[in-house]
Write a protein that binds this ligand. Structure first.
Ligand SMILES: Nc1ncnc2c1ncn2[C@@H]1O[C@H](COP(=O)(O)OP(=O)(O)OP(=O)(O)O)[C@@H](O)[C@H]1O
Ligand SMILES: [Mg+2]
Length: 343
């Protein structure tokens, strides 16, 4: 069985003149090497495809794969994470992780919150602003939190994202609108504990593999798991597994969001508690970072006693299980062979 791997390599974009921040969500070579090594150990033949333009050229040259392990984030547009899956759908090539609908929706944190709210899942009150007159209409109590509506990896997020007055809000929104060229999401500020819940599998099979609390050290930027705190997490952030009552409640909220949105195979839901200690949905990461030592999901797995190879195996098992339901026996054979591998 041949597994292609689609990804955006950070160095490739840096070499073409893109900035550190523009490429923050892209993957390091070590991540691709780590994934490929595990896939090969599991008995798959692998083929590095890379970004969507390589994929397009290879498809046009009649190259095909049995499955694609897709972690491509894409560069432009709110559909950027959905581009590779949509192309693979067009060529009837199955892939890991979520479909284009989920990946487009969840990149837009405001639209996602509309769905989440409709599902009855707790999430802070919010407004989406694009103009000065939108900002004047915001009628939410301070303090508020403002961030670009469709970024990840803490882009556009710092201690200054929490604002206490309308003047601060307006000047922050103006800066964000110019810099990120997209609407700004304004939310009630959640002052409580912060969690990220790791989830594997799909629909009713989905399960939480751990709830990790984000604890900022004294030298970290205050109150917010910001871009700088994420980039320098080794010296600014403590990560610990939590399973007290609030963490369990966070897990329930996360699973309801994962299932309600239709996310697949593996990812993370980020939550934070309000002043009363009730965890609220912040955002979901259906293409969570997979750097073995630097990304939250593998860090969470390590704390929970799940090795990196085991995480990748769980992702493949989930994808093959879905495909087996849809397609039949090739995957069944491979799935049982793969499950025999012991880490
Ligand atoms: N409404 C809020 N109240 C308080 N803090 C918030 C709020 N929204 C976001 N934050 C803080 O900002 C951080 C980053 O927000 P968010 O998860 O939306 O960004 P991201 O860049 O998509 O993250 P990721 O790296 O997980 O992709 C959160 O982890 C949290 O610390
Ligand atoms: Mg987040």
């Amino acid at each position: 069985m041949i597994v292609g791997i689609t990804y955006d390599l950070r160095n490739e974009y840096l070499d073409h003149g893109y900035s550190e921040e523009e490429t923050a969500e892209f993957d390091r070579g070590e991540t691709i090497e780590a994934i490929e090594r595990v896939l090969q150990d599991l008995g798959f033949k692998t083929d590095r495809i890379g970004h969507i333009r390589n994929l397009t050229a290879r498809l046009a040259a009649w190259k095909r794969w049995d499955l694609v392990f897709n972690i491509a984030e894409g560069l432009r547009g709110v559909g950027r994470e959905a581009q590779v899956p949509a192309l693979l759908d067009a060529y009837e090539i199955p892939y890991t992780f979520s479909d284009p609908l989920v990946l487009s929706l969840t990149l837009h944190k405001g639209m996602t919150k509309r769905v989440i709210r409709n599902l009855g899942i707790p999430t802070p009150n919010f407004a989406i602003v694009e103009t000065d007159s939108d900002m004047e209409k915001v009628d939410l109590p301070f303090p508020l939190f403002a961030k670009p509506v469709a970024e990840g990896t803490g882009k556009g997020i710092s201690a200054a994202s929490k604002v206490g007055t309308r003047d601060e809000l307006v000047s922050l929104c103006r800066r964000l609108l110019v810099k990120y060229e997209q609407p700004v999401l304004i939310e009630s500020f959640l002052p409580g504990r912060e969690f990220t819940v790791g989830i594997v599998e799909t629909g009713n099979d989905a399960m939480a593999i751990g709830t990790m609390e984000i604890v900022l050290q004294r030298r970290a930027e205050r109150e917010v798991y910001s871009y700088v705190n994420k980039e320098e997490c080794e010296t600014r952030v403590d990560y610990r597994l939590a399973d007290d009552a609030m963490a369990k409640q966070a897990q329930q909220v996360a699973l309801a969001a994962w299932r309600g949105l239709g996310c697949r195979d593996a990812g993370r839901v980020d939550l934070r508690a309000d002043a009363r200690g009730n965890p609220h949905f912040i955002e979901v990461n259906p293409l969570a970072g997979l750097h073995p030592g630097h990304s939250d999901l593998p860090i969470l797995c390590t704390l929970a006693g799940i090795t990196y190879p085991e995480l990748i195996r769980m992702i493949m098992t989930s994808a093959l299980k879905r495909l087996n339901c849809a397609q039949g026996s090739l995957q069944t054979t491979h799935l049982s062979a793969m499950q025999g591998i012991d880490y």
